[in-house]
Design a protein around this ligand. Structure first.
Ligand code: HXC
Ligand code: NAP
Length: 281
């Protein structure tokens, strides 16, 4: 889909890059010539991913354990990367989530998600953004949101409020920092099977077919589809795209909005035949 040097000379930081979508983006960016840094809380997971991906590709990958909830730890991580050279691309991908009835959430449960998703994204974006502005270095930020961010969703409310904040940050800073060479965009994916997400938001076997049925394409997205869209959005090929949230969900969001969209399931071929106007004799 892309030339193999699309991201050559680009230095990337992907938070939560040891697993799932972050790992898939890291692998794709490496294939496209980038130098990739991945961070997460679990060092052994990061090291294993780095070893696996470096075998499969010629690019360089570095694992840095870092908890994005901790602003000082984020600053130290970014400093350590910057010592060699500035980051060009930040991907805010780290997240926490689970389904629960909102009235049962403890204060710590709220914080466990908000501190990763919203505060972690803020810490990383500010750490890179301040350095870019100071050094007059261009940069791009891609944040991974969710399709429910603009409208909310029951049962994942800490995530919904956090992702809404991430989208507001993306759109606001796209305007504030755009004139100084910094672009910010986001991807809002529909369900893509990863162990981290599906074990937490579709934790019972009966939930998976219900989720698939909501999607007009009748299948979940793939990590490859996600990685390709991400590669486009962080590359110079999309240099005029700024402040956008690109939904990638097989049409799931829109099928919920159209008042008559459920007729495809409710009416049979016979029903449609019976509704055709009768020919006048
Ligand atoms: C209610 C829960 C809970 C649950 C945890 N808590 N899980 N409450 N229902 N299922 C509560 C705990 O009881 C505790 O509160 C508080 O939350 C913190 O829990 P810890 O386990 O100590 O937190 P921590 O170790 O920080 O782990 C954070 C986490 C965990 C978010 C809870 O799931 C995690 O590490 N997640 C990272 C990966 C992840 O979530 N990936 C999925 C991303 S998918 P008390 O008061 O008891 O101490 C996504 C989009 C999906 O974001 C969209 C799909 C379409
Ligand atoms: P995942 O594999 O669970 O990825 C989450 C990653 O975040 C993990 O690598 C985790 O590593 C890291 N992380 C969590 N807390 C962290 C912290 N405090 N500091 C640093 N890293 C932390 O799930 P995924 O499906 O790939 O999700 C990736 C992104 O896509 C998330 O933003 C998610 O909201 C979004 N998304 C996913 C889907 C989907 O269906 N898969 C749909 C919509 C949106 P550690 O635990 O080692 O820290």
């Amino acid at each position: 889909m892309f030339t193999s040097d699309l991201l050559s000379n680009k230095r990337v930081l992907i938070t939560g890059g040891g697993t799932g979508l972050g790992k898939a983006m890291a692998g794709r960016f490496l294939e496209l010539g980038a130098a990739v840094h991945i961070c997460g809380r679990r060092e052994e997971v990061l090291e294993q991913t780095a070893a696996e991906l470096s075998q499969a590709s010629k690019g360089s990958i570095h694992a840095i354990p870092c908890d994005v909830r901790n602003r000082d730890a984020v600053e130290a991580m970014i400093d350590s990367i910057w010592q060699e050279a500035p980051v060009d691309i930040l991907v805010n991908n780290a997240a926490g989530n689970f389904i629960a009835r909102t009235e049962e959430l403890s204060p710590r449960a709220w914080e466990s998600v908000i501190n990763i998703v919203l505060m972690g994204t803020l810490h990383c974006t500010m750490a890179c953004g301040r350095r870019w502005l100071k050094e007059k270095h261009s940069g791009t930020v891609l944040s991974i949101s969710a399709t429910y961010a603009p409208v909310g969703s029951a049962y994942v409310v800490p995530s919904a409020v956090s992702k809404a904040g991430v989208e507001a940050l993306t759109r606001s800073l796209a305007v504030e920092w755009g004139n100084r060479g910094i672009r910010l965009n986001a991807i809002a994916p529909g369900p893509i099977p990863t162990q981290g997400a599906f074990s937490r938001v579709l934790p019972l076997p009966k939930l998976e077919p219900i989720a698939r049925e909501r999607i007009p394409l009748r299948r979940f997205g793939t990590t490859e589809e996600m990685a390709n869209l991400a590669a486009f959005l962080v590359s110079d090929g999309s240099s005029y795209v700024n402040g956008e949230v690109i939904r990638m969900d097989g049409g799931e969001f829109l099928q919920g909005a159209g008042e008559f969209s459920n007729l495809g399931r409710a009416l049979s071929d016979e029903d449609w035949e019976s509704l055709k106007p009768r020919k006048k004799s």
